[in-house]
Design a protein around this ligand. Structure first.
Ligand code: SF4
Length: 235
């Protein structure tokens, strides 16, 4: 079994969390969605931009009045509705398969039963759905069900590795349980959102804007590039 994060890294994560929140402000509370909407939204957001996935979800809601209608719609109609997200011919049958399975297993189109389950049982059930990987499951757990789970998307993975929070040898999948151990459960959702925002605005993929970064004194990448300046730790 892989050892968990050392105490020093937990402290570093907590300091980075505090500084990012001081810099960006507390992340806005997400408009509460039911877990099924969160799941469908997360499937639509895979490998596409936020703008495209939001458009696809809005079109789906405008075209269908209920999840039952989405489940029973002709496949071509659903593909047309979610086309802005891309890969619509792949996503649409997955969404319908999930809705059919929930109906068959629970007798109703709702994921509220997962609220009563322990987090790992709920995660395992979500992961058993076609098209649901560790990130999508964590998003549903954290933002649809209010459970402790840390979603590692492309921004969190890149920023976390640069900062030294995620060891370089860990895959994205392995980074999920690692981040869940590294960060206090009550900060999972907020810290995830702060890292995503930081990755979009400052710690960009191609050219990180380190000169603007509020956590550069806590960053391994920065220390390696600018060792003398990084050595002067901010109070
Ligand atoms: S110092 Fe640079 S590499 Fe490190 S987190 Fe900030 S922007 Fe990213």
């Amino acid at each position: 079994m892989r050892p968990g994060p050392p105490a020093a890294r937990r402290g570093q994560a907590a300091r980075i969390d505090r500084r990012l929140e001081a810099f960006y402000g507390p992340p806005p509370r997400r408009r509460s969605r039911d877990a099924l909407s969160t799941l469908v939204g997360a499937i639509l957001s895979q490998n596409t931009s936020d703008a495209n996935s939001r458009r696809a979800l809005a079109r789906l809601r405008a075209r269908f009045r209920s999840w039952e209608a989405v489940r029973d719609a002709p496949l071509a109609s659903l593909i047309g509705a979610i086309r802005p997200a891309g890969l619509a011919a792949l996503r649409a049958p997955r969404i319908q398969a999930i809705l059919r399975r929930v109906s068959a297993e629970r007798g109703a189109l709702s994921l509220t039963f997962l609220r009563r389950w322990p987090v790992e049982r709920a995660r395992a059930w979500l992961r058993s759905l076609d098209g649901v990987g560790p990130k999508t499951a964590a998003i549903v757990l954290a933002f649809g069900l209010g459970k402790p789970a840390f979603a590692v998307d492309t921004h969190v993975y890149r920023v976390g590795r640069r900062l030294g929070l995620i060891p370089g040898a860990l895959s994205v999948e392995e980074a999920h349980p690692w981040m869940e151990e590294l960060v206090r459960p009550e900060r999972h959702g907020a810290f995830h959102l702060l890292l995503v925002r930081h990755g979009r605005e400052i710690c960009k993929a191609a050219r990180p804007r380190c000169h603007l970064c509020p956590v550069r004194r806590l960053c391994d990448f920065y220390a390696a590039r600018v060792p003398a300046r990084a050595g002067r730790r901010a109070p």
